[in-house]
Design a protein around this ligand. Structure first.
Ligand code: GDP
Length: 298
């Protein structure tokens, strides 16, 4: 992902190399090329406009005229503005004062929530925590079993409704899982919730009810980076319908253009906190805006 964007931006800066001073025409041409590169990468139009305006404004200011190497300075400006778009500082998990710290996962079906639940659980475990997974996706047949498989792989216990108890009420299961974590001294509770193929009112209500019942420290919106602008639209819908604190991008190992996913943090004003890039438990990391920006401008 992001290969085309990388190539385009590299070509833009290459064209500037060797120029001692940059004229306004050079700056305008560069801004235009950056705009095209971002739009071709599928970055959201509003985000592109703001980004290019910010870069242009800084390039016209003192920063550039005083720079010994103006081209390096432009790259630095673009890098800093990219970091801003991606959320600025790395955002770490906020832990609850009284355990368990509840982390709720929400998103569309197929976004990668269940897979992510396992990865997150494993990550917390490696960080020295004692996580518990809660199976609150009672919509999809096999979702509970899938989480149990994931939990086993991660070496983390899964709290699930008793088999044979009917379909079950996901909100009650969520409540019970908080009690379970409290009694058995798990300090982190990760709640997997149901998704639908598209955004719908019932899904939103269920997620909102689980959120209200468990008061999560972090509600994470999990989104497939391969789905293009729908990622942005879905994020906006979940932000309105459920509300979330951070974003998790999944399937960054895919070959889609990926720019839409990079726009989410700016459009909804919430940071990208984690990124998933494969089906294995270890294909997962904390999202660092500065590292992603450097990777894109490498
Ligand atoms: P859920 O419906 O949101 O719980 O999504 P799942 O966790 O079941 O994931 C849907 C599909 O995407 C599964 O086939 C996963 O193996 C796959 N998947 C999840 N995360 C990633 C990822 O980061 N990269 C790739 N390539 N596949 C993923």
């Amino acid at each position: 992902m992001f290969d085309t964007l990388q190539d385009r931006l590299a070509a833009t800066f290459k064209g500037l190399r060797g120029k001692g001073r940059l004229t306004d025409a050079d700056i305008d041409a560069t801004a235009r090329q950056i705009r095209i590169a971002l739009l071709e990468a599928d970055v959201n139009l509003g985000v592109v406009k703001d980004f290019v305006a910010a870069v242009k404004q800084r390039c016209r200011g003192e920063e550039l005229s005083k720079a010994l190497n103006p081209t390096q300075q432009i790259i630095k400006i673009v890098n800093e503005e990219l970091v801003e778009i991606l959320g600025g500082q790395t955002r770490t998990v906020r832990f609850a004062k009284n355990p368990p710290t509840v982390i709720m996962l929400a998103g569309l079906q197929g976004a990668g929530k269940t897979t992510l639940a396992g990865k997150l659980a494993r990550w917390f475990k490696d960080e020295g925590h004692s996580p518990l997974l809660a199976a609150c996706d009672l919509q999809r047949p096999n979702a509970v079993t899938q989480l149990q498989v994931v939990g086993e792989r991660a070496g983390v216990h899964v709290f699930a409704p008793e088999p044979g108890n009917g379909v079950g009420d996901p909100i009650q299961v969520a409540r019970d899982s908080v009690e379970e974590a409290r009694h058995k001294l798990y300090d982190v509770l990760i709640i997997d919730t149901a998704g639908r193929l598209g955004v719908d009112a019932e899904l939103m209500q269920q997620a909102a009810d689980i959120k209200a019942a468990t008061d999560p420290s972090e509600t994470l919106f999990v989104v497939d980076a391969m789905i293009g602008q729908d990622a942005v639209n879905t994020a906006v819908a979940f932000q309105e319908g459920v509300g979330f604190d951070g974003v998790v991008l999944t399937k960054l190992d895919g070959d889609a253009r990926g720019g839409a996913a990079l726009s989410i943090a700016r459009v909804v004003g919430k940071p990208i906190m984690f990124a998933s890039s494969g089906e294995g438990l270890k294909d997962f990391d904390v999202f660092h805006p500065d590292r992603m920006a450097s990777r894109i401008l490498d």
